[in-house]
Ligand binder design. Structure first.
Ligand SMILES: [Zn+2]
Length: 102
């Protein structure tokens, strides 16, 4: 496990306590991924996380054009405030990516 620290709002905390949430243009969360998988597999920047979640560049470019966003949040925030099973009328069913539900 790395000891990378990140700052989220006024908190400084280990990257290992964070997850990336991928939001659709409508604001619904479509996927979530741990930011630190251990063994040097860390996703410390939005670009690194996007490359992992959406491997093909043309897909990433399309998502960026359409207004998809990535946000680094704490596990606590994720548990309290993010529901990847919630879908509005604009979007398709969500899926979890490499997330063990901690
Ligand atoms: Zn939606």
């Amino acid at each position: 496990m790395s000891t990378l620290l990140v700052q989220i709002e006024d908190q400084t905390l280990p990257l290992a306590k964070c997850v990336w949430v991928h939001y659709r243009p409508c604001g619904c969360a479509c996927s979530v991924m741990e930011a630190d998988w251990g063994d040097d597999e860390v996703f410390a920047t939005e670009d690194q996380a996007h490359r992992e979640l959406t491997p093909l560049k043309r897909d990433r470019d399309r998502e960026i054009r359409k207004g998809f966003t990535l946000k680094l949040v704490t596990f606590a925030y994720y548990r309290e405030s993010v529901d990847i099973t919630a879908n509005c009328q604009l979007c398709k069913p969500a899926k979890a990516v490499a997330f063990d539900g901690r």
